[in-house]
Design a protein around this ligand. Structure first.
Ligand code: SF4
Length: 375
């Protein structure tokens, strides 16, 4: 199985916390689409004819694409790759871009999963983060998506927003869990260097939530989602009735994926590629029919560490048998030795040959990973 990620690098405005590659020069969309066709053609051999089981339009703001644009890009992917007829095709959308007409027309292009960037159901949070939409538009977006026949709907939420209280977060969770969605991604707000929020933090005009508050909010997230029948299948991801993001599972299971668009990453099992995070350079390179990426061939140790980093985050955990099979007894023994103190203290659990985080371990997963990764 393989996946394709398409990065749509346009946003109408910049959210104050965001460090994804994007530009507000939306008028360049048509040049970008042309370049994407060339990139798809030049990369048509990257997946070696493997069947593509997932396509993910991420951004930026893919919902700036009308149905015709999405149909054009899907046609391009079908032209150069073997798209499975039952592929999961996800589109990230901003709530204020969704109405019943456009949702229905996206569905007709083959998109079968919407990921709605709601972030919060409180207007004060949305304004603080410089989001474009309102809480009302967030509700409407879910309604329109359902009305258009989407049954796979994911929503994104952010916790530890400056000033967010535990009751406010609880309210956001209760609201989210009352909606007809079968997937929730919930992220701790991160202060990335170069973002307005980072600057405010530096100047002291914003106050970061304390570690204790963050842990309480994360605890509440785990408790509420579990009570509502959602499975916590990855640190930031929760699914109902097995509605996992198949695309993200591909990343965590080490499947091949091709990334198209500026800043997109690719992986073919042996090396990683990443496209230049610069629309000008991206367009220029493809105009000259050159691929705009840098590449790193992964050593065996790096591949093992990638496996540990991605799999420990999931409910499927780390398989010592798998490590033994691919990397040998010594590496498997080393991972187990590093895990022993955490097994003893209840932060990891072992079931047969599988090590996985316990709920307490999820809270200190970064620390555990640092111990497990191989030098
Ligand atoms: S819409 Fe998404 S990609 Fe664009 S600035 Fe906001 S968070 Fe970043």
């Amino acid at each position: 199985m393989a996946g394709i990620y398409v990065h749509i690098p346009f946003c109408r405005r910049r959210c104050h916390y965001c460090d994804f590659y994007k530009t507000t020069e939306v008028t360049r969309l048509s040049f970008f689409k042309e370049a994407l066709v060339v990139e798809a053609e030049l990369q048509s051999d990257f997946l070696k004819g493997e069947r593509v089981k997932t396509v993910y339009f991420g951004g930026g703001t893919p919902s700036l694409l009308g149905a015709e644009d999405v149909a054009f890009l899907m046609g391009t992917l079908r032209r150069f790759f073997k798209l499975d007829p039952s592929a999961e095709v996800s589109l990230e959308v901003n709530p204020d871009d969704v109405d019943s007409g456009v949702a229905e027309s996206w569905a007709r292009t083959g998109v079968n999963r919407l990921s709605i960037g709601i972030q919060s159901f409180r207007d004060s949070h949305l304004r603080l983060m410089n989001r474009r939409h309102t809480a009302r538009q967030a509700f409407q977006a879910v309604d329109y998506a359902r009305g258009a026949g989407f049954t796979d709907i994911s929503i994104d939420l952010i916790y530890s927003i400056p000033g967010m209280t535990l009751p406010e977060w609880e309210n956001n969770l209760d609201t989210a869990l009352s909606l007809p969605v079968n997937h929730i991604s919930a992220y701790h707000l991160t202060y990335h260097e170069g973002t307005p929020f980072f600057e405010c933090l530096r100047k002291g005009t914003l106050t970061e939530t304390t570690e204790e508050e963050s842990l309480s909010q994360f605890d509440l997230l785990m408790k509420k989602t579990s009570e509502a029948g959602f499975e916590h299948y990855e640190i930031s991801n929760f699914a109902k009735n097995g509605a996992y993001s198949r695309h993200n599972c591909g990343y965590w299971f080490g499947e091949k994926y091709l990334g198209l668009g500026p800043s997109a990453h690719s992986y073919n099992g042996l090396s990683r590629q990443w496209n230049l995070a610069d629309l000008d350079l991206y367009l220029e390179a493809l105009k000259a029919r050159k691929l705009p990426f840098d590449e790193e061939v992964l050593s065996e140790k790096e591949r093992l560490n990638d496996y540990l980093i991605t799999r420990l985050r999931t409910r499927w955990g780390i398989s010592l048998a798998e490590i033994r099979r691919v990397y040998g007894d010594e590496e498997a023994g080393g991972v187990l030795r590093s895990a022993l103190p955490y097994l003893h203290d209840g932060f990891l659990e072992q079931e047969g040959d599988v090590l996985r985080l316990t709920p307490a371990g999820i809270l200190i997963s970064d620390r555990i990973l640092l111990e497990l990764i191989r030098e």
